[in-house]
Design a protein around this ligand. Structure first.
Ligand code: GCV
Length: 676
């Protein structure tokens, strides 16, 4: 090989390894030339502690670290002590030591000193839900294909391993590997063997695997005539299936179930109820679990049964889950948890908390958040969801009987794109989910600060303005998409972009925006008060009294609970119409400001990530205009009022936007070149 060619090749190699594609997420640490001094105490043989030790050996730049396993508690609390530079991490669980190790690395990355501290998780189960299909597509995934399932082949287990490491670094300890719209074939022998291989790769990171199941599986792949949960053969089938699963995966976590929802099969197909279905599965899992040997401390299996149900017949979709589940309170086995979306409709930019969180008394519930941004701009818009989740936890602490949850789920935004999440900025929501599931009292501000420092730079000139951007981003999205309590006014099907007019023939009414905004000549909004659907009555008195009265209802939820005249006087003296216009404008101005601020960040960010994110911020600002013009011009047809004088002239015409159609499915990100 001649010299010039060799030099070129070397240069290319160097530039390739330096190319910044966002793949490292927030784990950007240089490897040590000489391994750090790490030893363990009280640990026999543990793959999880080996991971912790190796991580510290490779990346810890400080003095000796002792990982000490002691005590009997089963929660993952860990303590860190610093005795003149000798650090001791103590926990009674192996996972606790792993989280302590990652905390040391985080403090190192963010430039903080290691002080004596103790850290306990709020929830013992911190679980991602992947909506990944066996053919590799990801429902509402905006970052490529599944990292777990490939049509006709096995996942890249190296990537799965990296995923496990990333999750563990923020305290996530479990994952549901497939879509809640589950395919029966997920439980066939081949898929279970693949699941076992994934479980084996994730175990050293303290992560247990779960599967979503299709309730009709005994019929579809089991050859039975029914899937009735009280039928003996069906019970027998699930018992055998669970035994098969536990033989392969002794620490298998359990099932996630979407039943009798959006066309999925369930116990109600046989005249049974949710408890009948959930309990049968809970018993089968228990039997399978008890029949095999597992490591001490392995948590018992659970069924996470989703409360995401609604029917076209009900008067108000927001009331349905409560109506269906409240009569069953106390009838579920103790290893069943009801998984409830944070709001009563469906992961909208802003919803009140679902009434079920205040009401179920004898049945455990767990919140389900959506990390993937189905309704908040896909992987294109920056929308820091920690602010939304904080609002949820604050309301719970203020008004619910149970102030914290033993389990928290988040619908993942992970795919096989190099940057994992479809864009660099939306990675923050994966990080934020882990941090908040671990500690529901952590502030979004702290999460933003940590994440920016770890992902980009600790330079204040970058961290301060970008923390402001993240902190404002969720409210900006609410303002330019669905302000003042508006909800579900997005495009049908793929859900990207505004379509308050969307009204396809033959669709269920509760899939159409008009069902929710109810705009007419008089006003706008869904009357859920005692004069309307009475959904307010599902809330505890303290909230009922606020939500039911138009003057006391927080204006950010006004149109969620009230149908309000266009001339209604807002707290600041404006009419509702003026406030709506100004709020949309405010959102647009914020989105434009985000793009401007990012432009100023160029000196602090590598060229690749700077340019990639610039495209997203610019697109977000355009989309904000699109949303604002579409909604205001459409609602203007009902209000009959002019835009206030200080509102800018629209960039789009309503009739053009009404003709526009984005030809994508539910598994793809909106392509920029096709957007208006
Ligand atoms: C996985 C919404 C989404 C669906 C999703 C469903 C659910 O309806 O649009 O894609 O299905 O919620 O949470 O089950």
């Amino acid at each position: 090989m001649n010299k010039l060619y060799l030099t070129l090749l070397l240069l290319l190699g160097v530039s390739l390894t330096k190319a910044e594609d966002g793949h490292s997420l927030w784990l950007r640490m240089s490897k040590n030339d000489v391994p750090a001094n790490v030893r363990t105490q009280g640990v026999k043989k543990s793959v999880v502690v080996t991971t912790a030790t190796n991580e510290l050996k490779q990346y810890w730049k400080g003095g000796q670290v002792i990982l000490s396993l002691t005590g009997k508690s089963t929660d993952d609390t860990y303590s860190i002590g610093n005795d003149n530079g000798v650090i001791t991490v103590t926990s009674s669980t192996e996972n606790g030591l792993l989280y302590g190790a990652y905390t040391l690395l985080r403090l190192q990355q963010t430039g903080e000193t290691v002080k004596t501290m103790s850290d306990s998780p709020t929830s013992s189960l911190r679980i991602l839900n992947h909506w990944d299909n066996p053919n590799g597509t990801v429902e509402r995934g905006f970052s490529g294909k599944s990292i777990f399932w490939k049509e006709g082949g096995m996942a890249d287990l190296e990537i799965v391993k990296e995923y496990g490491r990333v999750c563990a670094s923020v305290g996530i300890n479990a994952t549901v590997l497939n879509n809640v719209n589950a395919k029966p074939l997920m439980l066939d022998a081949k898929k279970l063997t693949e699941t076992k291989r994934i479980a084996d790769v994730l175990r050293p990171y303290g992560i247990r695997v779960f599967l979503s199941i299709n309730f009709a599986t005994p019929k579809v792949i089991g050859g039975l005539e029914t899937a009735d949960p009280l039928d003996k053969k069906v019970v027998e089938w699930w018992n055998k299936k669970c035994a098969e699963i536990y033989k392969k995966i002794p620490d298998f976590g359990g099932f996630l179930v979407k039943a009798n929802s959006e066309g999925e099969p369930g116990p109600m197909d046989y005249g049974r109820n949710h408890a009948d279905g959930a309990n049968m599965l809970a018993d089968a899992l228990n039997k399978g679990f008890e029949a095999v040997k597992h490591a001490a401390n392995t948590p018992k299996p659970i069924v996470m049964w989703r409360a995401f149900v609604y029917s076209p017949k009900g008067m108000d979709r927001a009331s349905q889950a409560y109506d269906e589940f409240m009569p069953l309170d106390g009838q579920f086995r103790d290893n069943v948890i009801i998984q409830v979306k944070n709001g009563p409709i469906d992961f909208q930019p802003r919803e009140p908390v679902s009434p079920l969180f205040f009401s179920l008394e004898k049945t455990p519930v767990m919140p389900e958040f959506q990390i993937t941004q189905e309704y908040t701009g896909e992987s294109i818009h920056t929308c820091f969801l920690a602010s939304m989740w904080k609002e949820f936890f604050d309301t719970i602490k203020g008004y619910a009987r149970v102030k914290k949850y033993d389990a928290v789920a988040g619908v993942a935004n992970v795919g096989d794109m190099r940057n994992w999440c479809g864009s660099d900025m939306t990675q923050v929501n994966w990080y934020a989910f882990g941090r908040m599931a671990w500690n529901d009292a952590i502030t979004p501000q702290q999460i933003a600060d940590e994440w920016l420092k770890m992902t980009y730079t600790t330079d204040k000139a970058f961290v301060e303005p970008m923390t402001d951007v993240l902190m404002e981003s969720r409210e900006a999205v609410v303002r330019y998409m669905m302000p003042l309590g508006l909800h579900h006014i997005f495009a049908g099907g793929h859900h990207y972009g505004p379509e308050p007019w969307c009204d396809p023939k033959g669709w269920r009414e509760d899939w159409k925006p008009k069902y929710y905004h109810k705009a007419d000549k008089m006003g706008i909004g869904f009357d859920r008060t005692m004069n309307g659907s009475q959904n307010v009555r599902q809330y505890p008195d303290a909230l009922f009294n606020i939500y039911n009265k138009v003057d006391e209802c927080p204006e950010q939820l006004l149109l969620w609970f009230h149908h309000v005249p266009w001339t209604h006087k807002m707290h600041n003296g404006e009419t509702l119409w003026e406030a709506l216009c100004h709020t949309y404008d405010h959102g647009v101005r914020q989105a434009e400001a985000f793009a401007r601020i990012w432009n100023q960040m160029k000196p602090y960010v590598d060229a690749e990530r700077y340019e990639a994110q610039k495209l997203n911020f610019d697109r977000q600002a355009k989309d904000a205009w699109w949303w604002r013009d579409a909604c205001l011009l459409y609602f203007q047809q009902f209000s009959g009022m002019k835009l206030p004088l200080d509102c800018p002239v629209p960039k789009y015409k309503c009739e053009d936007l009404q003709k526009y159609n984005l030809p994508i499915d539910n598994y793809t990100r909106a392509p920029f070149e096709k957007l208006p």
